[in-house]
Design a protein. Structure first.
Length: 129
């Protein structure tokens, strides 16, 4: 069907310990745990401000994980960065203003996945014709 765009559904993150990672993401990034399968092989997260669900599965081996960067948007990036680090995230770079109009900081999760904590991108300045 021409003109129809698919909707983004969710992100799959391959981790070593699903239950531990769900707990980490809940505490460090403000997500709620939607469910954890009885087998502990997959789980879902949900955030109170969006409809997207993150699903995590155990990785078969570290070599099978694709490169990935998770990005979360916050109004107060400094507070989000501090919360993440206080709850076990490994600091990569403290939040700073970027030339494209966004404040961004980086951490790593329990499995070494890079997580970007950023503000909404400021709209570009309009040029007068």
């Amino acid at each position: 069907m021409a003109g129809m765009r698919p909707a983004f559904a969710y992100t799959v993150v391959y981790v070593t310990d699903v239950a531990e990672s769900l707990e980490f993401y809940a505490k460090a990034f403000g997500y709620e745990i939607r469910r954890l399968d009885e087998s502990h092989r997959w789980g879902e997260l949900e955030h109170e401000t969006d409809d997207l669900t993150g699903i995590v599965h155990p990785a078969a081996s570290a070599g099978e994980r694709p490169p990935l960067e998770l990005c979360f948007v916050y109004t107060d990036v400094d507070a989000a960065y501090q919360r993440a680090v206080e709850n076990g995230a490994v600091p990569v770079s403290a939040p700073e203003e970027k030339e494209w109009g966004q404040k961004v900081g980086y951490v790593r999760d329990l499995d070494g996945i890079v997580v970007r904590l950023g503000s909404h991108v400021s709209p570009p300045h309009q040029r007068c014709a």
